[in-house]
Design a protein around this ligand. Structure first.
Ligand code: V47
Length: 346
């Protein structure tokens, strides 16, 4: 018998329920699948360049008038960071850059290849679909060609960045010229068709409406029905400092938790809902475990994108503190690898 699924209209109506009702519904789904387990990994974010050909109004990371400190790492610098993190227990490097028009396609790909050659056991999660689209346009390559280069260079999985909000009007205002929604989905589809996995984000809490969030989730649900390649959905809470996006009202914790819970209910085919503590704050991420979230990302170690916009994530969180916080919140910290194989129950 075919299972009845939520329609867009019914999903939007979920926002009318009380936070407690939503918490109960989303919490039950989470509990049924994962019990009290909360997943995290020991990871290192590397952001190798902040020089960007695109202008996204929400971004405080790219080098511009508000952040006049352009940089581009050498491969030796990237490798040294990866080696150092690996020696301290990291199982993943999460590599996301700006769209640097001068670095060269080889700079991107060879950086991954060097890390892969030196540290074969380290998982490389790299290049958002926005970067794939930029590299494809800038160097006259098809998406297939860029994706095949990524695989040949040792990239294991793709992060979920660059999705922002799929609604075309909002997207045009936020980040005109960047990868379109259809292209973002097409790139992930191609990645999944090669048997690879990826994540999906949604940037919320700026100028979008609840309808836009629901529409975003439904476009992901539809692709996931076809490919099954998304591991996690990550609602990223908008950070407001040092950028060009004027937002009148910021989200309440109440609305953020409702959105986490609704994403758990709507995305019945994406296994993990991640409360990325860098954007929600660690306090709210811990509470989000009661509202459907089963993953808190990781220790991060260093992070430049959200912290440039005001988040307290520049230096990550110490492992002992992270694990202790999850335990104190009544959950079971489970260290995972990048593809959600369990490595250790802490
Ligand atoms: O795509 C940029 C976002 C993303 C701001 O796949 C902002 O596991 C909030 O995608 N406020 C990059 N967010 C980070 C990302 C990510 C993070 C953690 C885990 C994973 C994963 C992916 O950061 C960008 C953009 O949507 N971002 N500026 C800002 N002001």
């Amino acid at each position: 018998m075919q299972k009845t699924r939520l329609t867009k209209e019914a999903a939007l109506k979920l926002y009318d329920l009380s936070l407690f009702e939503l918490g109960k519904m989303a919490g039950e789904i989470r509990e049924k699948r994962f019990g009290k387990k909360s997943y995290f990994n020991i990871n290192r974010h590397i952001n190798p360049t902040n020089i960007c050909a695109d202008i996204c109004k929400f971004c405080a990371y790219s080098a511009n008038r508000k952040n006049p400190n352009p940089y581009t790492m050498t491969h030796d610098e990237m490798l040294a960071i990866a080696k150092n993190s690996y020696s301290k227990g990291a199982t993943e490097v999460h590599i996301v850059s700006a769209h640097n028009p001068d670095a060269g396609l080889d700079w991107y790909m060879d950086g991954f290849a060097k890390i892969r050659a030196a540290l074969p056991a380290l998982h490389i999660k790299a290049l958002t679909a926005a970067e794939v689209d930029f590299l494809s346009r800038h160097y006259g390559k098809s998406y297939d060609e860029v994706i095949d280069l990524m695989i040949a260079s040792g990239v294991d999985s793709m992060p979920g960045g660059g999705a922002e909000i799929f609604d075309e009007k909002v997207r045009e205002y936020l980040c005109k010229g960047k990868v379109s929604s259809t292209q973002w989905l097409e790139i992930h589809q191609k990645w999944h068709e090669r048997g690879r996995q990826s994540n999906a984000t949604m940037l919320f809490g700026h100028i979008e409406s609840r309808e836009h969030r629901i529409d975003h989730m439904f476009r992901l649900r539809e692709l996931q029905d076809k490919t099954g390649g998304f591991n996690a959905f990550i609602p990223l809470v908008y950070q407001k400092e040092n950028n060009y996006l004027k937002v009148e009202e910021y989200l309440t914790a109440h609305e953020i938790l409702k959105t986490y819970a609704i994403s758990r209910i709507v995305l019945d085919n994406i296994p993990h809902i991640k409360a990325y503590w860098a954007t929600s704050t660690i306090g709210l991420a811990l509470i989000a475990q009661e509202y459907g979230c089963d993953d808190l990302d990781g220790t991060i170690e260093r992070e430049a994108i959200q912290s440039a916009a005001g988040a307290a994530s520049a230096n990550g969180l110490k492992l002992e503190e992270f694990v202790g916080l999850i335990k104190n919140a009544g959950f079971e910290p489970v260290e995972r690898d990048s593809l959600y194989n369990e490595l250790k129950v802490w």
